[in-house]
Design a protein. Structure first.
Length: 251
């Protein structure tokens, strides 16, 4: 069955399949998933070293592996921030901001929840997907804090932890701070770093639940869009796509 038949009999609903996610964004997304998974695994191993019966040298090996992966993660965070300022239209801050048409965060949130819980239907009774070609507008409520606050804060606290624990870059002198200052800094850094891990896990849970719900409700191609970069858009979404990419280099 081809995409058109599968999605809907209404031609307005399947208007075009257009490139939305640029290659650099897709590469970032899947590399980031891999690096975050390895960071969590290495953390779980060294944090549970007693339970696992790991000798000290192996525990230190996993701590150092975690830090090296962490440097890679810092690079990824900077690369995604670069795309938010300089990337293709659908990688930028503008496409991550849920506000539009002069409406604020709370109003848009109310509207988007209602739209996703009880979507409008087409002539054939199939739910009509939203008219945003890029990031799902409800999803922006978790993408924006993730990219602007959570991931950068995790990168900064991770770097500080590397300096405190092993005297590694960027601030090696932290390793030799006098005792009260060392203990206080370590307490703040490691507790913040651990707390943000739960925020990241919370994001991933919401992200995956949202994707599954969206795919089931709209029989969409959202998941594969992050692989090949193209999205199937409604007529209205195509109009918005043209407006957003007008005069700017496409993805
Ligand atoms: C199996 C795991 C994952 C799958 C299947 C997945 C899939 C997707 C898909 C299909 C989109 C496009 C959604 C849209 O149109 O709004 C997306 C976007 C996004 N995902 Fe994931 N994702 C996964 C894990 C993660 C993880 C671990 C992170 C970061 C911690 C992440 C961060 C993002 C972000 C920030 C976006 C918005 C695109 C951007 O602006 O960079 N994802 N994901």
């Amino acid at each position: 069955m081809n995409d058109r038949n599968f999605l809907s009999s209404d031609p307005d609903r399947y208007s075009a399949k257009l490139p939305v996610w640029e290659g650099r964004l897709r590469l970032w997304h899947w590399t980031n998933l891999l690096v975050i998974t390895l960071l969590i695994l290495s953390y779980l191993i060294f944090d549970n070293h007693k339970l696992l019966g790991l000798p000290k040298p192996q525990t230190v090996f996993f701590q150092k592996t975690h830090i090296i992966l962490g440097y890679l993660f810092v690079f990824l965070v900077l690369a995604r921030l670069h795309l938010a300022f300089r990337g293709a239209p659908f990688s930028r801050w503008k496409d991550l901001d849920p506000r539009h048409e002069g409406k604020g965060f709370a109003t848009v949130l109310r509207e988007e929840v209602a739209l996703h819980v009880k979507p409008a239907t087409d002539a054939a009774g199939c739910p009509i997907p939203d008219s945003d070609p890029g990031h799902n507008r409800l999803g922006r409520y978790i993408y924006l804090p993730l990219l602007a606050v959570i991931l950068p804060l995790q990168a900064v606290t991770g770097l500080l932890w590397a300096s405190l624990k092993f005297g590694w870059l960027p601030l090696p002198f932290l390793h030799t701070l006098p005792h009260p200052a060392f203990a206080a800094t370590k307490w703040i850094v490691s507790n913040t770093h651990a707390a943000i891990l739960y925020a990241v896990l919370g994001f991933v849970a919401l992200h995956l639940l949202g994707l599954v719900k969206y795919e089931l409700t709209f029989a969409s191609d959202l998941f594969s869009s992050m692989i090949h970069g193209k999205k199937i858009l409604t007529k209205k979404a195509v109009e918005n796509y043209r407006k957003e990419t007008d005069g700017v280099a496409g993805p």
